[in-house]
Design a protein around this ligand. Structure first.
Ligand SMILES: C[S@@+](CC[C@H](N)C(=O)[O-])C[C@H]1O[C@@H](n2cnc3c(N)ncnc32)[C@H](O)[C@@H]1O
Length: 203
């Protein structure tokens, strides 16, 4: 399953970046950044893709940024567009960091490609990697996107079948609270015709 996704994103890489301008993230970035407890430090961008616009924004604001992705082609672009980001070629479910390391962690348009169980495991790890008061921002798939309250299956995207998974927002909130996150906020945003839930929470 994961190998398929890896191949698909390698294939998508150039067209994906060309289409990326259609997705205006300015408001999301500003909202997240303005509400951060820390105004400097280390950001981890999980499944960073080509590093734009999130990683680049933080680099431009003098943060130290680490980006992890398992698509070599995406990382090649990231190294070109955001050369100051430290990139790691790895699977987000396998990568490890020490506890209390990052001031903020982002995972944009990607968590939903993991099985629900893997998402929960990764959110636990993310909590551990964050410094107390550090924040997370991630995109969560929705009924508006998949057509179902809960989903764990393949769905067509740009002519390819990609794996997606999500639970209900209520279940997600319960999980985040169970892990220990506070100040959980959910905002539905329709960007370029796709409605996802944008989730922020703090350790
Ligand atoms: C839709 S793109 C989003 C990229 C970037 N976050 C952005 O917002 O432009 C999804 C990215 O997730 C990466 N990805 C998906 N599953 C992954 C995994 N298990 N480990 C590492 N990267 C993964 C893909 O290679 C791809 O770059």
């Amino acid at each position: 399953m994961l190998v398929d996704l890896q191949n698909i994103y390698n294939k998508f890489a150039s067209t994906y970046e060309e289409n990326r301008v259609v997705f205006d993230m300015t408001e999301i970035i500003n909202d997240f950044y303005n509400n951060l407890f820390f105004k400097e430090g280390e950001l981890l961008d999980l499944a960073c893709g080509a590093g734009e616009p999130f990683a680049k924004f933080f680099i431009d604001n003098n943060w130290q940024v680490t980006g992890v992705d398992f698509s070599k082609k995406m990382l090649e672009m990231a190294n070109k567009f955001v050369p100051k980001m430290q990139t790691m070629y790895n699977d987000v479910t396998k990568v490890e960091f020490k506890s209390n390391k990052f001031n903020a962690i982002t995972m944009i348009y990607s968590l939903f490609h993991l099985k629900n169980e893997e998402q929960f495991k990764l959110l636990n790890k993310i909590y551990n990697w964050l410094i107390p008061n550090g924040s997370i921002l991630f995109t969560y798939a929705t009924k508006e996107y998949t057509g179902f309250d809960e989903f764990e299956d393949y769905k067509e995207f740009l002519g390819e079948n990609l794996f997606y998974a999500h639970k209900t927002p209520k279940s997600l909130e319960k999980e985040l609270k169970h892990i220990g996150f506070k100040n959980i906020s959910f905002i539905y945003r329709n960007i370029a015709g796709e409605t996802f839930l944008w989730v922020t929470a703090q350790k």
